[in-house]
Design a binder for this molecule. Sequence first.
Ligand SMILES: Cc1ncc(COP(=O)(O)O)c(C=O)c1O
Length: 410
Amino acid sequence: MIDVQRIRNDFPMLHGKKMQSHDLIYFDNAATTFKPKAVQKAVDYYYTDITCNAHRGDYDLSYTVDQAYEGARKRVAHFLNAKVNEIVFTSGTSEGLNMVAQGYGRKFLQEGDIVLTSESEHASCVLPWMKVCAERKATLAYMKLDESGHIDIAALRSQMNERVKVIALAMITNVLGYEAPIQKICALAHEYGAVVVVDGAQSVPHMPIDVRKLDCDFLAFSAHKMCGPTGTGVLYGKYDLLDRMDPLHLGGGSNARFDMCGNIRLKNPPFKFESGTPNIEGVLGLRAAIDYLDVIGMENIHAYELELHHYIVRELLKMDNITLYNPDAQSAIITFNIKDVFAQDAATFFNANGIAVRSGQHCAKLLVDRLNTSATIRASLYFYNTKAEADRFLDVCAKANMQSCLDVYF
Ligand SMILES: Cc1ncc(COP(=O)(O)O)c(C=O)c1O
């Protein structure tokens, strides 16, 4: 069970913030989340008490930072049930996914190979493969989805053959909020010798993840979507794959030695992927975020968010003025439109009522055709949102129509 009122005390952004003279309701958590004091304290601790570089000094302070930084890596590994040398710190999901496309795809894809993705994916999951496939003369193909946009394992099986080398997809998509059956997809991919690259941006923050149970080959996610700092993320990769792939960047910290003849000997993973001074405070903040989330419990977070989601969806389905695109989502993402109102105008109406939601294409531009609309509104919840906030949101939804949304401008 979640004691949401107690939890809210931990978040400064949930107190005394007004938008358009209303108490702020933040329903844009898929974009980024608020940070609890524990995370702010961890970042502040680095700047106030232990500032120095990591992996470079021979003095006590430097040792303290190394311990903290590598301790964070152990903590992330434990959180995901991975091995510690399978955790690479990145700047976020986008960087992690680019690292795999460029470091693994560019190295191993051959002419005629196939990379499978889906039309529901975020740009960060598709574009790196689009580029690498074009370079390697491989084909980027799209999985057949069922009517409502879910992945259909039987259809996926019919698309599999020995040329499919990579499947790249989100565990939870960021517009429809559907959960892909990653464990089944991995088992199927491995029958054909393909690797599965999971975009975990919208799943890792919201549910328990066990990479060994899923048996995924790579998983990328961002700290800022799970109460952590911006500019920090993680790429998990199976050690033998990380060992075989090339780093995206070269520089200090990632090499064991190099000479004037151009010979470079890289360190072992994960260090060969972490050139340059890392985002130390971000990593320490991520560790604090994981500690924070784990005390609440990822199972509890998932169950609470689904409960709130089901409540809102049930009420929205009763409203004639709402088009709901994903009533059956297995996550706290609600994507809808107000009938006859352009999504951005509707978002402005929500703003006028103190509610932050996102409108547009949400970086998933291929989905537009499937949804048959140029833009949608997305409300995305986190465990600190309340039923009272849901009720205020539903009240505003009920009042939204062409006239009320236009009135905001005059
Ligand atoms: C599904 C998905 N993948 C990738 C990303 C990119 O994450 P970041 O901007 O943190 O790199 C996002 C961000 O919204 C996302 O929702």
